[in-house]
Design a protein around this ligand. Structure first.
Ligand code: ADP
Length: 596
């Protein structure tokens, strides 16, 4: 770069000097010639003007006995040589015969052979008009003035070879040439100087720019002068600094976006204008159950929903689609993105499986509640109507029985509503535990004592197995008892009369546990996952008959969850069911209750 700029500088300088010299030289030389010519004619005109009356008179006045007029004219001219500028070398005078076609009669120089050539000025003088015209193209100047002496017409002819002007021009030309050489030397030196003051800082600037272009912003260029280059260097430093800050900010943004993309639950797949995959996140691969490469194209992935052109022309909110992959419901949103000619299509994948399930559960729940309440209500209504229709006609036992049914059904409804209320409290987080520390073994024993009668009514054998030592537990005693009662009464309910029920308890690590094992009807494999769902009952008729609502185990599990414990079915080979509850000895760690 340095060399080329230097050569350019030298060339410009040389060109400048040469063109300047050519213009000045041409102008000067032209001026000198012009001046010389003007001077000549002015001198001749002045010589023959009124100012030099004597000279003109001597020329024109012949003496009385004059024999050779031309010689006399020549003598006068010779005397007045200075006036006419005749030097007899470059400028001479000639006396021509005005009556004989300008024949040369005399002159200050030898008469050329064949006489003086007849020029335009001589022709003019032959007609009696002074010939004072300059011929630019000729290499001479002449003037022809007609005079009359002694009645004979003569022509005073002054001829200048322009040699003086030519010599002057030659002199000037060599002077200009010398100046040119000097100018060229100066220009080369000057361009070196310019190169030192301009090109070197520019070179440094270029190096700096190249480094910045390579991404290295650390180097600061030294500002060595206050001139334009210095300002440029300072501006460049400021620009590099700004660029560094901007790039850092952009990088930061991109990292943020990358992290977001990487960890977001929704899938994102981006396509460029040519429909190739340019970006995808792990969530997209997980949700669609496949990996993406840059070889994948829009058509084979989402072409079934919309064409690429449709997606590219999607309205502001994008185009919505849905798809089911491996039993999961996915909602897709296709939207274009564009920026300065680049762009493409972005596909967002949102997993709505849980939402759908929750929605379905909500619908089922409402349907279940309606159904559960309608049955006792229908019974109450029909018995009440029968009673109302037959007031006084029905036997009193019948009335008693009917009223008994009505009371039973209302109790059942109250029971259901109470259970629903309890669940609703759990759902809204309004149900707080009243935590106390109590002996766990005592609670198990109390449950055992409470159900003993009921079990005996069904001829069940109930065994209680408690270890010698059991720790105290921090929990809501009333709720824990509710869970225990629920699972033990289920064992009684769902075991045919004469069954065997074993209640055992113990502790392991920081947990206490209680298991209730029966040899009853058990739960079919397909229903095992669902018995903790609200209103779920394996055998609806049997459950209802025994006063069950299908909400007991849901509530029990909620209570255990709130205690950070658990309620599970234990796998077993023999018929019947084993259900186990676990509680942390220290009570729940998340503060969801208060000390009661
Ligand atoms: P319910 O009020 O109907 O007893 P639960 O929520 O307590 O409601 O129980 C849900 C369902 O789980 C019952 O309807 C029953 O089908 C089944 N179940 C619970 N415990 C047992 C058990 N010990 N043996 C067999 N089935 C049981």
């Amino acid at each position: 770069m340095r060399r080329s700029l230097h050569i350019k500088l030298v060339l410009i300088m040389v060109l400048l000097i040469v063109s300047l010299m050519v213009v000045v030289g041409a102008f000067l030389m032209n001026s000198v010639t012009g001046y010389y010519i003007d001077e000549f004619y002015q001198q001749i005109t002045d010589a023959f003007s009124q100012e030099n009356v004597d000279f003109v008179r001597y020329l024109q006045t012949a003496t009385e006995d004059e024999e050779d007029g031309a010689a006399m004219v020549s003598a006068v001219l010779s005397t007045y040589e200075g006036l006419l500028g005749v030097d007899r070398r470059n400028r001479n005078y000639f006396v021509l015969d005005g009556a004989d076609h300008g024949r040369c009669l005399d002159g200050s120089a030898p008469i050329p052979e064949g006489g003086v050539p007849i020029t335009t000025n001589i022709s003019s003088a032959l007609l009696g008009v002074p010939g004072l015209h300059s011929n630019v193209t000729a290499d001479y100047m002449d003037a022809a003035i007609p005079i009359t002496r002694g009645g004979h017409p003569y022509i005073v002819y002054i001829l200048d070879s322009r040699e003086t002007a030519r010599n002057l021009n030659t002199e000037m030309f060599s002077l200009i040439m010398e100046a040119l050489v000097l100018g060229l030397i100066i220009s080369v030196l000057l361009s070196f100087l310019l190169s030192m003051t301009m090109v070197t800082p520019l070179q440094r600037l270029t190096d700096g720019i190249e480094e910045v272009a390579r991404g290295d912003f650390s180097r600061k260029l030294e500002v060595t002068s206050g001139d334009e280059i210095g300002q440029l260097t300072a501006s460049f430093n400021a620009m590099a600094q700004q660029l560094e800050t901007t790039i850092a900010a952009v990088e930061n943004e991109r990292n943020k976006l990358d992290t977001l993309f990487l960890h977001m639950a929704d899938g994102v797949v981006a396509f460029d204008r040519e429909e190739w995959v340019i970006h995808s996140n792990p969530a997209a691969a997980r949700l669609l159950g496949r990996t993406f490469t840059q070889e994948d194209r829009y058509g084979e992935l989402f072409g079934d929903l919309y064409t690429f052109q449709q997606a590219e022309a999607a309205p502001a909110g994008g185009l919505a689609g849905s798809r089911t992959v491996d039993g999961r419901y996915l909602e897709l949103l296709l939207a274009p993105f564009a920026r300065e000619g680049q762009g493409g299509v972005l596909v967002l994948i949102h997993d709505v499986t849980e939402q759908r399930k929750a929605e379905q559960m909500r619908k089922d729940f409402v349907a279940n509640v309606s159904h559960e309440l309608r049955t006792p209500l229908t019974n109450i209504k029909s018995y009440a109507e029968t009673l109302a229709d037959g007031v006084g006609d029905l036997p009193s036992e019948m009335e008693k029985k009917f009223l008994g049914v009505i009371l039973n059904e209302s109790d059942r409804m109250t029971h259901i509503l109470q259970d629903l209320l309890t669940l609703s409290r759990f759902d809204s987080g309004r149900s707080e535990l009243r935590l106390t520390t109590f002996p766990f073994a005592k609670a198990v024993d109390d449950t055992y004592q409470a159900i003993l009668m009921d079990a005996q009514n069904h001829s069940h054998t109930v065994k209680l197995r408690l270890p010698g030592h059991m720790p105290e537990v921090r929990a809501d005693r009333e709720r824990v008892m509710q869970v225990m009662m629920n699972i033990v009464s289920n064992a009684i309910k769902y075991t045919p009369d004469g069954g065997r029920i074993i209640i055992s308890a113990g502790y392991i690590g920081d947990k206490v546990w209680m298991e209730v094992d029966d040899n009853g009807i058990g739960i079919p494999e397909s229903d095992r996952d669902r018995i903790f769902e609200r209103f779920y009952r394996v055998d609806k008729a049997r459950s209802r008959q025994s006063g069950g609502t299908g909400l007991g185990l849901s509530i029990a599990q909620e209570i255990m969850n709130q205690h950070e414990g658990g309620l599970y079915l234990v796998d077993k080979e023999e018929p019947g069911l084993t259900i186990r509850m676990e509680l942390p000895i220290q009570g729940p760690q998340k503060e969801s209750g208060h000390e009661g």
